[in-house]
Design a protein. Sequence first.
Length: 201
Amino acid sequence: MFYKTQINDKVRVPPKKLGAKVKSSLLDICKEDYEGRIDQGYGVIVAVTGIGDIGEGHIIPGDGAAYYEAEIEMLTYKPLMHEIVRGTITEATEFGAFVRVGPIEGLIHVSQIMDDFINYDAKLPGFVGKKTEKKIIPEDNVMARVVTISMKGETSNSKVGLTMRQPFLGKVDWAGIDAKAVEKEARVKKREVKSVKKEAQ
């Protein structure tokens, strides 16, 4: 989930940046220092979007820089357990599909792609369901549910485990296939109930 986040921090402005407007210098420095980092509390810092209130600058003897207490406004992303997310398939391999979810990569293990026996087709590359003929390949947009989260240091080291083995998850056009399957199952159960009632009479 994306959040608008605001933090207060002391920012060091080096001598070469002191000639410009303070807010502009602080914004440039914070973008360089914060963007792409992962904080356990806030998640991934996607972008520094602005600088709010700025305190008075302080100088430390022996250091030519100035230090400012500043409000830093950021866009952050933190996945939540069981959250339903939208993403784009970036790669399909024999063991699963990688999905770009916001600023990080998620993995849908082959066992979590769909409720069907599936084959990996290296020519696509992608996966095809045996009964449903559902297909998934790179560039497909999908909906999935978060089942595991591992946020470590940088976005390249962070992974999110996903599943699409629930009704109406996966590609948008799978919803129609799922709806037909649900209707078919309901009809079968209805026939079974009628059959049991007849036998009871």
